[in-house]
Design a protein around this ligand. Structure first.
Ligand code: PD2
Ligand code: ZN
Length: 298
């Protein structure tokens, strides 16, 4: 079913906001009335930002709790997005990441996602695997119930974390990512390396911390929420091991040196950033994941 945002719906949204209803309550009402959440969210955002632009600044209207996802329209030097993202204005095929040109292989608006080519050189991938290999142990996931870490049956990979800036190689890669995504090195978690053996997988999940879980307040004291993920492929399994996005039926093939980036402007399924690591069917899979936080991560 196609859903059209009519002038009547826009007027209703503005009336709700003016009456002081929180955007989340308006969104809930729309979903209960049969609107697809993503369509409702888009309608809400566009209607309210249009409406705000027409109002005097002294008259506040509540806005959806989202970060500004698009960049200002002026020159490249002033590109300072409110979320990590590459500068895709002008549809470039290659992006300047400081010490390397990175290819834009594919992009999607929702989820906000970009597939990069040539982010790491083959030698950098090999060096990362070699440095990580002796330090691998069964992957833990952050436990939002308690704020601690625990073994998770949905994640059968092995993993380790590098400290930020731990070696020259790590610092170089972090600086490149910061330049590519216009997000400071200080706002990133340490690079995590994962190894999947045949049969290993990472079942679909969100990378943000669920605000409804009791441990989330503690976890987000350091750097706030996660706002984006970059999964870098360090090798190529023979079969299987793609990164899947079930909400949109997308699977990104693991190709050494390439990466998939996705951002989430709020910790909510409407971002459509549900994703997983499909089971490795033959061979091994190695990836490095960089999670970006909204503030400095200390
Ligand atoms: O290895 C992957 O493809 C993958 C899939 C889902 C990695 C992550 N999530 C992650 O590191 O968060
Ligand atoms: Zn993930």
């Amino acid at each position: 079913m196609s859903q059209t945002v009519t002038p009547e719906l826009r007027a209703w949204i503005v009336a709700q906001a003016t009456a002081g209803f929180a955007p989340d309550a308006v969104l809930r009402a729309m979903v209960e009335a049969g609107w697809t959440e993503a369509v409702a969210l888009d309608a809400l955002e566009h209607t309210l930002s249009e409406h705000l632009a027409q109002r005097a600044p002294a008259q506040p209207v509540s806005q959806p709790p989202r970060r500004r996802a698009s960049a200002p329209a002026d020159g490249a030097a002033s590109f300072a997005p409110a979320l990590p993202q590459p500068d895709l204005r002008g549809a470039p095929r290659l992006l300047d990441a400081g010490d390397r040109e990175v290819a834009v292989l594919a992009s999607l608006r929702r989820p906000q996602l970009v597939v990069f080519g040539n982010l790491l050189a083959p030698e950098e991938c090999e060096a990362l695997v070699a440095a990580a290999r002796p330090r691998m142990s069964r992957s833990l996931t952050v436990e939002t119930q308690t704020g601690g870490e625990a073994l998770n049956a949905d994640r059968t990979s092995q993993g380790m974390f590098f400290r930020r800036g731990e070696t020259e190689l790590i610092a170089r890669i972090e600086a490149r990512i910061a330049r590519l995504l216009h997000w400071p090195v200080s706002h990133g978690e340490g690079l995590q390396v994962l190894q999947y053996r045949p049969g290993a997988e990472y079942k679909p999940h969100y990378d943000y911390f669920d605000p409804r879980e009791p441990g989330t307040a503690k976890i987000t004291q350091r750097g706030g929420q996660r706002v984006a993920t970059l999964v870098i492929y360090l090798n190529e399994p023979v079969r299987g091991g793609g990164t899947t996005f079930p909400d949109v039926g997308l699977e990104v093939a693991p190709q050494r040196g390439n990466a998939v980036f996705f951002a989430y402007d709020r910790p909510h399924p409407a971002t459509q950033t549900l994703h997983g690591g499909a089971p490795v069917l033959e061979g091994e899979k190695w990836v490095a994941t960089k999670w970006l936080r909204e503030r400095e991560f200390t």
